[in-house]
Ligand binder design. Sequence first.
Ligand SMILES: [Fe+2]
Length: 383
Amino acid sequence: MQETMELKQRIQELMSLLEAFKQLNSNIEIEDVFQDILLQMVNVLGAEAGTLWVLDNGREVIQAVAAHGKSASKVLHFEMAKGEGIVGQVVASGVEQLIGDASVHPQWANRVDSTSGFVTKSMITVPLAAKGHVLGALQLLNKTGGGLFSGQDMRIALALASQSALALHNSQMFDEVSRMLLSMIRTLAKILDARDPYTAGHSERVAQYSLAIAQRTGMDGHECEELYRAALLHDIGKIGIADDVLRKPAKLTRKEYEDIKLHTVIGAGILSNMEPKAAMANAIATARSHHERLDGSGYPDALKGEDIPLFARIVGIADAFDAMTTARSYSKGLPLREAAAELIRCKDTLFDAALVNAFIEVLEESDYQVGKGFGEITMGYGL
Ligand SMILES: [Fe+2]
């Protein structure tokens, strides 16, 4: 009888573990991964509270990135030195700890309890290690029902921790690669803008304006990030335009104007060399079509209305606004409110009215303060 009961409980635990593994691998957003890991652990093992600590290698600090339980809001974002308290020891050594009574344990950092007001009795702390590196630790506090955590609980915690660490590792890698990609694209855009003193910062501003429009129209986070990158690269084809044409202070001849118009086609060509192809599709379309206008008067394909890709319609508005409001060799640049009035005048003929309206709303709300904080990209963890 006793054996049957134990077997049943073991099966129950294994089922919970399987479910937890499934959930862990279904998310790539790092905050969601943190939350998933912690909740699975708390549920499978039955704990009153739990905290997920992640090591910030650069600063040698561990930070509570997810917390569950009564005092969760006070524990969240709490920082400790690597090596401080039990969790710090686990992160530093990579060795798990099972503690019956935390209050009398010599390594217990009661700095956390005195901040949160939570009384810790028993505790499991397991390292999150992947590819030979400790990424953080999971701490479970007070077994629900009043008992103490057992060796069996520890085995389950370790199994779950090894899966969690992989999910965390993947998510951190994804975050790192995304940040690297964005910084490389930004650098490329800066190099491009630096060719002409009048266009300094143009690509970054166009990306910010585009993002502000997209966010206002309710575009989701991933699409916003993709649009931001596409907007940074919209004029990349200007690399293929000769300096004496690009930087000519006087009026362009018809031939020179035709040459400049080619930057759209050249840009799409450059971006179509980049991999993976499917991920570049929107950036290619944006580079090619950001000078198309709703009434078909744009270039290079004289597209009309919604035949112009959405990203290109957004970037086209942002680009026109920045072109109107920045000084050129031949003009001083319009005040922001006058440029906004010009966009309104041209909505439905040149620009998508709904997108212009969204942009004007954001401009009005910010009282035309388009400096820092306007259309700012926030992506992934810690950026
Ligand atoms: Fe352009």
